[in-house]
Write a protein that binds this ligand. Sequence first.
Ligand code: 5GP
Ligand code: MG
Length: 369
Amino acid sequence: MIKLHDLYFKPFISEKEIDTVVQRMVDEVANDIKDDIPVFVGVLNGSFMFVSDFVKKYPRPCEVTFIKLASYEGVKSTEDIERLIGLTQDLTGRTVVILEDIIDTGNTLEEIHRIFKNEKVKELKIATLFHKSEAYKKDFKLHYIGIDVPKKFIVGYGLDYDGLGRDLPEVYQLKTTQHMTNFVLFGPPGAGKGTQADFLKETYNLVHISTGDVFRYNIKNETALGMLAKSFMDKGELVPDQVTIDMLNTEVEKNADANGFIFDGFPRTNAQAKALDELMEAKDSQINAMIALEVDDEVLVQRLLGRGKTSGRPDDADEQIIRNRINEYYKKTAILKEYYSAQDKYCGVDGVGSISEITERLNKVIDSL
Ligand code: 5GP
Ligand code: MG
């Protein structure tokens, strides 16, 4: 991932793939123009890198020149009036191939055609490395197309975002979800996970998705997914992961402008962790870390016993039950610790200390993500 000005971009087309495509285009052009010395006309600024690589690969003599379309300055007009600079050469009778970096709506191309109408060229051909066919609104024929790209903003290999990115040898695509910090939060019973989640939510403007709450909400409100989940639960069956993932997806979509998400209670298995990765990937985002509060067993037991004295919760009063719950927690999270460690995303945080001390440790981890 890269950042240009205020926006984030993800790798989209590799240097190697571009090289292959440019070679293919050169072969096609060279195959069509056997007897002439063509004039390759690059459209600045975006095409400089493409033209350079293209002509280096061209197998026979050729001429290279550039034109630039620039908006008139000092002309008050609501219309975008463009003029051409750089076309000084006489192209009468020549075979001309326009080399464009990208053709989007085709407006620029229309302008090029208008300009070349007056030149008595033998032939005018259009070659574009990238083409957004979904956005193309004109009828001009595109003779050579490198890669058809979706209607999303790209940078690199000559293409810029507000001046930056032209120098990149590969192409990046704008991330539709801008920088989000997402993590899965774990902590054994008694570690203070809920309290800390509340603080983190406030500090970082994150949305706390507690899977238990999401389930209860969907079932209570009888949403389609809630009813589906309930149908499995009523039969005493486990709710399939896909149903849970669909519910989480809805929560993520409901909060598209959040700075990120705290996932709590999910994932519990490797398969779920993978499904969550895929969900975030589909949103142009990612899970940045598994953050686990780590508290020594004996400290947890004492904390929960202390809580049991005042809360009257029977499961907090029996030391054996407490120890079982803690063991259960470690057994279940061990797999996930492995899963996220393999991606270098496991962050253990010391959960012994005052609430504010622990919050501070968590903040430090999140600030470093
Ligand atoms: P058109 O006139 O075909 O709509 O657009 C062509 C011009 O728009 C290109 O020369 C380029 O300057 C700009 N453009 C269109 N799509 C993109 C894109 O995805 N990234 C960048 N950097 N420029 C684009
Ligand atoms: Mg251009």
